[in-house]
Each structure stands twice: as C-alpha cells, then as structure tokens.
Design a protein around this ligand. Structure first.
Ligand code: FAD
Length: 553
C-alpha cells in the first residue's frame, strides 16, 4: 500500500474541482486527483453556456425567481440567492482566466434558453462553452503549479471517529494508495451512466455519491434526475446532446406528420421546462409506434448553424446528417443529477472533513428541476466557496435552516430469495424497448436497462418496487471487485438504489420526478428526502433537525 499526505485533496477536475483548488491553493497545500485525463468530465461537453445576471436588463433577483420557478418549490433560498448574486463575480474570474466568451457588437452575445425570462446565457466557441472553460481552468491550475494525479480512481473515503481523514485510490498503475488529508473535497461530477441513454461521458458513474453514502454522509434529492429532451437519436451511437440553445434560436419539434405538436402541450412550446418537453416527446413517440420526433432548424440556414453551433454542426455532418436541409431525429436522455451529497453554502457536508461541490453535491439550488445553464454556474460559485472555506479552517456544517421537515430514509435491507445477477440472464422484454427478450451481457447493462425502463421519465409504484427489489438483490450478491469497472458497477448500483428508493417514497409528481400513479404535486411533499448512513450516523449529522423519520419498508 502506497501512502501519501496533503492538506487538501480535491477529487475531480471539472469546473467545480478546479475552481475549489485554485481558490484554496493560495492558503493551503492542495492536490487534485482525477480518474481520467484532467480535461475529462461533464464540464468539457457543456454546450449552451453559463447563466448569469450580467446584462443591464437583468438582475440576480430575476435570475433567482426563474430558477425557483423551475425548481418547483424545493430550491434552497439561501443557496439560490448566493448563486445568483455571486454569478457576475465568477464570470469576471472566468474572463481573467482567459475564457473567450462570444461577442456580439460591442458586448457579449447572449443566449436564451427554456424557462429563462431574459436572454442571459454567456457562451464560448458557439456551442463549446464547457470546453473553453475547462481548458482555461486547466491552464490556470498548471500556472499555479497545483499537483495533479491523473488516472487515479478514488475508491473510498477514510473515516476515523466520525471525521473524514483521507481517501483510498488506485493509482495509474492500479496500485492501492492511501492519501491522508485534513480535508477531502468531492467534486466528482454526475451519474448519468446509471441510465441506458445519457448525454454524460463514461466517467459519470456516481462514484462520489456512492463513496460518501458508504462513508456516512447525508444524501438528498436523488429522485430528481433531469432528462434532456433533445439528444440526437441515431441507432448505434451514444446520444449526442442537441443544446437547448438550438431551441432558443427558434428550432421546433415536429411529429411524423410534420405537425408542431408542442403547441398543444405547453404555452411556451419548445421553451417549456425540460421535464414537460421530455415527457411530451415520449408520449408522442409512443403514439407514433416508436418513430422518433424530429427537430427542425432548417430555417436558420447552414451559415448561421455552422457559426452558432459549430460542434453540433460537425457532429451531425460526421453522421451524414445535413440539419440545414432536413430535420434531425431526437430523443430524451438522462442528463443531470439534481440530488447528491447534502452541503451547506460553503460546501461542508454532514461529515466533518468532507466537502462537496458541483454536480456531486446537493446545495439545493436546483430544487426539483435545474434551470438550463445553471450547473456550470453552481460548480464555479460553490467550488470557489469551498476553496474559501478551506482556508478559513474547519467549521461544522450549517444546514439547520433548510433540512427542517425533510423526510429521513435509509436504504432497506435486501428481501430474501431474490436472484442475484448472472451474466447472460434474460431481461424482461419490457425492460428492453423494441427488442425481443434479450440476455444482459453485463451487470452494468442490466442496471442501466432496468433504470431506464422503470426509474426513468415516467415512473409508477409497481415498476419502482420491482426495480428496487432487483437492484437490492444485485447489490447483495456483488462479487469481489477485480478492477475499476467492477468498482464503478458497485457505485452505479448504489446510486441506482438511492434514486429508485427516493422515487418510490415520493408519492407525487414534482419537477423532474413524474409518477403516473401520482400525477399531481402535493403540498405535503414540499420537502426533501434525505438518506441517512446505512449504519450508525456520525455525531456531526445530528437528527434533531428532522420532523419525521421513515425507514423505507
Ligand atoms: C453534454 C452536456 C452538455 C451540458 N451543457 C451544459 C450547459 O450548457 N450549461 C450548464 O450549465 N451545464 C451543462 N451541462 C452540465 C454541466 O456540464 C455539469 O453539471 C458540470 O460541468 C459538472 O461539473 P463538475 O465539476 O461538478 O463535474 P465534472 O465536470 O463531471 O467533473 C467530474 C470530475 O470527477 C472525476 N471523477 C469522477 N469519479 C472519480 C473517481 N472515482 N476518482 C477520481 N476522479 C473521479 C472525473 O474524471 C471528472 O474529472 C451539460 C452536461 C453535459 C453532459
């Protein structure tokens, strides 16, 4: 076993981790560890841009109210205010790191996206905002000589006396290594790979949430997983995002008869909230025997499409699609996890010594549904706040005002007698849309197929119960891991269980969570579901903030 030590270890090299490291570096010794290349993660794929009240006809208050509206009653007011108020300063930071936001005339170009009441999205390289931000931050990290360990896979946190004191990882040669640290910052991103169809890259396997749950940190809002309505639907290729900004520029969705079907669905049509659009597309596809709906942007013309969306344009053309001449097939895909490790507004978690920021965290800013282009913003605002907090020393977290009334849950024990997963096991045909009864060749495929079918866009009690039982049985019979892929599978399983159990508990529909057996939202559910540690809670995570306690049956 190799041993290392550092003041602070930051796990993850997306916008959140790099921002935290850059802010903390001035006062403390920081090391970044990341499981792939430094640039890999959701950040570099972000297309549409970053939201901020930057222009004179906008204000943090307006941004706050749009975000809160999308969040459907569950946004954390304190965190939300901070995010919107600090947005302009963080955009200034990005400019100082050299991010070349697109210009229009004398000022910045401004994009409009769904559910924003004004155009406030700053973008770079047309539709390559994330790539420009990521490379600017990576440059800044190198300039600041912050040590980075690439291809280092964090497996677990080390907890001693209720405090995180380091982590375990497999280094680039696969050698087990223990890193002791005064503080660990989890900035390990999302978990889109838990679903069969996702816009997320392969690194997004929910490792941070799973490790934090095993270590005893509180996890909340896991039932709220956002499905993006428009990913390119090309058989045999991973879903490629067609940014919301394309709809913001005037694209519209057509059914197989060329009808603009969203006009019957929502007054804002293509600019309605993502969950509304995604479900409308699923319903439309079902009513046309599985034929995909298409996105028509032909009226913008090839010159505009190539200059405004160069990356999407190139991708379509590489697949032989000319979207300037004909509409392209699109489908919803899992995109963003609103839930995660519960943090206060300085990224402190319920476990002392553990901080979280970015998509892995649940600050509560997104509530039940994220407003487009708010996640890069959340990553940098709270990444910087974590960095600042680290330099101020170790204080206990402060979530006292926001978790009042939350429903406390624990993962249930496994029901006896259910079969574990066996390679080649047949999946229920209902789990594989449009296919014959087919064998699952891997546990990962089985997990992802099951969640897509039973825990996806449209859920119900019986499907969720079935998924919950299967996932629990698979987790109980997991073989000893023999490598990183097995460890990721275990993490995907844990995340899938948290999403499923929370979705089963929440007997209503709200934001991104839709239950066909409870299609309305209920005032009684205007609260969070918080998972407590599987075993004895740590002393820092006091339970006296709760009003009710429910163990999942
Ligand atoms: C296609 C796409 C388009 C998007 N468009 C937008 C947009 O226009 N605007 C917007 O605001 N948001 C957008 N998003 C969402 C946004 O990109 C992400 O939410 C955000 O970038 C997350 O940043 P992060 O730093 O939290 O995580 P990430 O950027 O995902 O970084 C996570 C890091 O953690 C590392 N890691 C993970 N597990 C481990 C482990 N076990 N050990 C070590 N390291 C680990 C990863 O390798 C990675 O470096 C988009 C997302 C996608 C996928």
């Amino acid at each position: 076993m190799n041993r290392l030590s550092a003041d602070v270890v930051v796990v993850g090299s997306g916008i959140a981790g790099l921002s935290a490291a850059l802010r903390a570096k001035s006062e403390t010794q920081v090391v970044i560890v990341t499981k792939g290349k430094l640039e890999e993660g959701n950040t570099r794929y972000a297309q549409g841009g970053i939201a901020a009240a930057w222009f004179p006809d906008d204000s943090p208050t307006l941004h706050e109210s749009d975000t809160s509206e999308a969040g459907d009653g569950l946004c954390d007011p304190a965190a939300l205010r901070i995010m919107c108020e600090e947005a302009a300063s963080r955009i200034a930071d990005l400019l100082s790191y050299g991010v070349p936001f697109d210009q229009e005339g004398p000022g910045f170009a401004r994009g409009l996206e769904a559910a924003h009441s004004v155009a406030r999205i700053l973008h770079a390289g047309g539709d390559s905002t994330g790539a420009f931000i990521e490379s600017a931050l990576v440059r800044a990290v190198h300039d600041a000589t912050i040590p980075c360990r690439e291809r280092s896979f964090v497996t677990d946190l080390i907890v001693s006396k209720g405090r995180v004191v380091g982590l375990r990882l497999l280094d680039e040669d696969g050698a087990p290594t223990e890193v002791s640290a005064n503080a660990v910052v989890l900035a390990s991103g999302g978990a889109g790979q838990v679903f069969l169809h996702t816009t997320n890259p392969t690194v997004a396997t929910g490792d941070g949430v799973a490790a934090a749950h095993r270590a005893g940190a509180e996890i909340a809002d896991m039932e709220f997983f956002q499905f993006h309505p428009t990913a390119l639907a090309m058989p045999g290729t991973a879903p490629f995002l067609i940014s919301e900004a394309v709809r913001g520029e005037g694209a519209f969705l057509l059914d197989r008869d060329g009808r603009h079907f969203l006009l019957d669905v929502h007054p804002q049509a293509e600019l309605a909230p993502r969950d509304v659009l995604a479900r409308a597309i699923v319903a439309q596809v079902a009513s046309q025997d599985g034929e995909p709906v298409v996105l028509d942007v032909t009226h913008l013309g090839s010159t505009r499409l190539r200059s405004r969306f160069p990356r999407i344009d190139a991708h379509c053309r590489a697949l032989g699609l000319d979207w300037a001449r004909e509409p392209i097939p699109v489908t919803p895909a899992a995109h963003y996890s609103m839930g995660g490790i519960v943090t206060d507004t300085f990224g402190r978690t319920s476990l002392r010594g553990l901080y979280a920021c970015g998509e892995v965290a649940c600050t509560g800013v997104h509530g039940a549904n994220r407003l487009a282009s708010n996640s890069l913003l959340e990553g940098i605002v709270f990444g910087v706040r974590v960095g600042a907090s680290l330099s101020k020393g170790d204080k206990a977290w402060d979530k006292s005002d926001t978790l009042v009334g939350s429903l406390r849950a624990t993962l249930p024990p496994v029901a006896p007698g259910l079969p574990g997963f066996e390679t080649g096991a047949l999946l229920d045909p209902a789990l594989e849309p449009g296919s014959e009864r087919s064998p699952a060749t891997s546990l990962r495929e089985a997990i992802r197929t099951l969640t897509w079918a039973k825990v996806g866009l449209i859920r119900d009690g019986s499907g969720l119960s079935e998924a919950a039982a299967r996932l629990a049985a698979w987790e109980a019979t997991l073989p000893e891991p023999t490598g990183i892929s097995d460890l990721e599978d275990a993490n995907l399983l844990r995340v899938a269980r948290l999403v499923t159990e929370a979705a089963l508990l929440r007997e209503e529909s709200r934001g991104a969570h839709f239950r066909s057996d409870f299609p309305m939202s209920s005032p009684a559910w205007e609260r969070h579901i918080v998972f407590e540690p599987p075993t004895a809670p740590n002393p820092a995570a006091s339970a006296d903030k709760t009003e009710s306690r429910l163990a999942v049956p």
